[in-house]
Every structure is written in structure tokens, then in C-alpha cells.
Design a protein around this ligand. Structure first.
Ligand code: 5RP
Length: 218
């Protein structure tokens, strides 16, 4: 195993063992998850359908003839599978590099098991080298940015990006996140914040990390 794509594919294929026939599966967003969608379609495993975390994932699921089901119809899910931008051994994550953090967090919250798939480059000791994405209501962008400075970060507006929910994203650089759950709560409480890309209070239940020696389960 070598390239990043091969590792992503290996992590995605390892996640297939967590899926059971007849289930409705929550599906995340990103290049690692795209390998999962392909593996799922190629396997022809009969599933009830998928709840999608983004318009991009919905398009890919439909291209691969996997039925997309609304979360409001599906109810609680047994499993959600998604990638991450950073992950710790405590299975706390930074997500949202692809801008889909809000729907991802909703589906993770509605799922009994969250399986996170990633290549080994995503495994870190402390979260925060990857800029922390924060989805904001557009009129709150500058206000929330100033609050991020107050927390010791350097906010950068992801200019030109509009999320699937019609909002904007701030990427917060240089945060050394030693208490992820506390910071998640603090940022959640700022008016205008829709979602912070810290998945600490509800982290992953299983982390599948692909490296050159195979896929490790954490
Ligand atoms: C999208 C995400 C993705 O899971 C994250 O960005 C990882 O993406 P990739 O699998 O392409 O590395 O949170 O909002």
C-alpha cells in the first residue's frame, strides 16, 4: 500500500464490514467517503438506502444507483460512516474541510454508531494544525471572526464558498485544541455559529486508520 488514495480506499473497504444488509446508512462527504460509495455500489449489497450529508454525496450516490433517503423519513440510523480532516486516538475529530460539517454533525448525532475512515496522515496527537471550520450565518461572519481572535485563533473567511445550507465558512488557524469538548461548547454558544467542525462531544465510535501496514481499528 502506498499512495494516499490507496490508503483511503483501504479504510473505506474496511468500513464495509460494519454495514449490514437491509440497513439505511448515513454517508459522509469527501474523497475517502467516495471510495466507500464505490465499494458499496460494487458490492451490490442490498441496503435500504443512504442518508446523505451533502449535495455532492447525493449526486455520487445517485450516479451509483444508491437510493437517497431523507433523514426525516429514515429516523435514527444504526450507522454513519464518514472521513475526517484530523482525528485523535480518543476518536475526537476536526471535520468540515469539504464544507459539509453541519449535515455531517446532524447525521452523526442521529446515528447509533459513527465509523470514521481515514488515512494515517489524519491521525494527530493534538487537534488544531488543520484550520478549524466554523459554519456561520452570513451576517455574523465578522462578529464570529472577532470571537475567534478572542479565543486565540486566526480566522480566515473561505471566500466564495456557500454551504449547502446557504451559509458561509470561517477557517480558524493556529488553535491548539487541548480541550476539544470544552471548545466545541464555547464556539457552539456564540450567536451566529451554525456548527463548529469539532466532533468531540459526539466523536467517532470506531476509527479505521489505513497505513502502509494495513488498517488499524482504534
Ligand atoms: C467534509 C469532511 C470530510 O470528511 C473531510 O474533509 C475529509 O475529507 P477527505 O476524505 O477528502 O480527506 O469533513 O466536510
Amino acid at each position: 500500500m502506498g499512495s494516499s488514495d490507496e490508503l483511503k480506499r483501504a479504510a473505506a473497504e474496511a468500513a464495509m464490514t460494519y454495514i449490514e444488509e437491509g440497513e439505511t446508512i448515513g454517508i459522509g462527504t469527501g474523497s475517502t467517503v467516495n471510495f466507500l460509495i464505490d465499494a458499496l455500489a460494487d458490492s451490490r449489497m442490498p441496503i435500504a438506502g443512504a442518508v446523505s450529508s451533502s449535495e455532492a454525496t447525493t449526486r455520487r450516490l445517485k450516479e451509483r444507483n444508491i437510493e437517497v433517503i431523507e433523514l426525516n423519513t429514515a429516523g435514527d440510523l444504526s450507522i454513519y460512516i464518514d472521513g475526517a480532516d484530523e482525528a485523535t486516538r480518543h476518536r475526537q475529530l476536526i471535520k468540515g474541510g469539504g464544507g459539509a460539517l453541519t449535515r455531517e454533525k446532524i447525521i452523526a448525532g442521529a446515528s447509533r454508531k459513527f465509523v470514521c475512515i481515514a488515512d494515517e496522515s489524519k491521525l494527530v496527537g493534538t487537534l488544531g494544525a488543520f484550520p478549524l471550520p466554523v459554519e456561520v450565518i452570513p451576517m455574523a461572519r465578522s462578529f464570529v471572526s472577532r470571537q475567534m481572535v478572542g479565543l486565540g485563533g486566526q480566522p480566515a473567511w473561505r471566500e466564495g464558498v456557500v454551504t449547502d445550507n446557504g451559509n458561509e465558512i470561517i477557517d480558524v488557524h493556529n488553535l491548539k485544541i487541548t480541550e476539544p469538548a470544552k471548545l466545541e461548547q464555547t464556539i457552539n454558544n456564540i450567536p451566529g455559529v451554525v456548527t463548529v467542525g469539532l466532533f468531540a462531544m459526539r466523536g467517532a465510535d470506531v476509527l479505521l486508520i489505513a497505513g502502509k501496514d494495513g488498517v488499524k481499528k482504534i
